[in-house]
Design a protein around this ligand. Structure first.
Ligand code: Z5A
Ligand code: MG
Length: 220
């Protein structure tokens, strides 16, 4: 069906630790935008359906081992293989709500603390990907995350790793540059409806501004 005439769609990312409620909130946000008459689609990374996504999934399930740099580049490639589609959707007036993006990409890889895999190294292959209009960071204490049914069996679902990931995410805010201006922190340690309300308070404004023509180019 044809998109309603808007300047362009918005590109909104939802980030956070494991169990922070990203998938729950992506769904709620899409439902609300749709109910208010916006053309909206949900996407997420890793996209486990492509051949590269299947390799990532196998790595996360601990079925295959891989060099830390190699898996980092696969996560990045998994975004690049969708980049043109993202641009096309936005140009056609669809607002995209994306469950994880390159912020997770750089932070999880750097949290492995290899001497050669710094945040700066991890950021390089992501340079040039469509930059979101806003990134909602759902902040949750790993202790609270454990209470939500605990972690699963995937590669990074361990307390110490989650602590380092959180510190790196919060550290991005103080680093200056694009990442710190993109991120908007939301307290994810409260009820589902309260988190949804905080997200809406920011995203509602951004989507209406973007669709109304305030920021014509992505990443501006
Ligand atoms: N990774 C990477 O290394 N590099 C990359 O470039 C990318 C990712 C993109 C897989 O991610 C792993 O890949 C991930 C990062 C790494 N590793 N870790 N950790 P994924 O996205 O496939 O999986 P996930 O998002 O980490 O896990 P998740 O369990 O899907 O988390 P979530 O989406 O944030 O949470 P949820 O499913 O909405 O909610 C979790 C539970 O909490 C569920 O029972 C809810 O009912 C409950 N919940 C939700 N909200 C609340 C509130 N407000 N209160 C109480 N309970 C709640
Ligand atoms: Mg999820």
């Amino acid at each position: 069906e044809p998109a309603k005439p808007v300047s362009r769609g918005a590109f909104i990312v939802v980030e956070g630790l494991d169990r922070a409620g990203k998938s729950t909130q992506v769904k709620k946000l899409c439902d609300r935008l749709y109910a208010e008459g916006h053309n909206v689609k949900a996407i997420g990374f890793p996209d486990r359906t492509s051949p590269i996504g299947k390799m990532i999934s196998s790595y996360l399930k601990c079925q295959t081992e891989m060099d830390d740099h190699a898996i980092h580049l696969l996560f990045t490639t998994n975004r690049w293989e969708k980049a043109q589609w993202v641009k096309d959707q936005i140009a056609h007036g669809y607002t995209l709500i994306c469950d994880r993006y390159y912020y997770s990409g750089i932070v999880y890889s750097a949290a492995k603390r290899l001497p050669s895999l710094s945040l700066a190294w991890a950021r390089q292959p992501e340079v040039g990907l469509p930059r979101p209009d806003r990134v909602m960071f759902l902040d949750l204490d790993p202790e609270a995350a454990v209470k939500r049914g605990g972690y699963g069996d995937e590669k990074y679902e361990k307390r110490e790793m989650q602590e380092r990931v959180r510190a790196l995410f919060l550290g991005l805010l103080g680093r200056g540059g694009e990442e710190s201006s993109d991120l908007f922190v939301v307290d994810a340690g409260v009820g589902v409806e309260d988190v949804a309300g905080s997200i809406w308070g920011e995203v509602g404004k951004v989507v209406n501004a973007v669709e109304g023509g305030k920021w014509l180019e992505l990443g501006s």
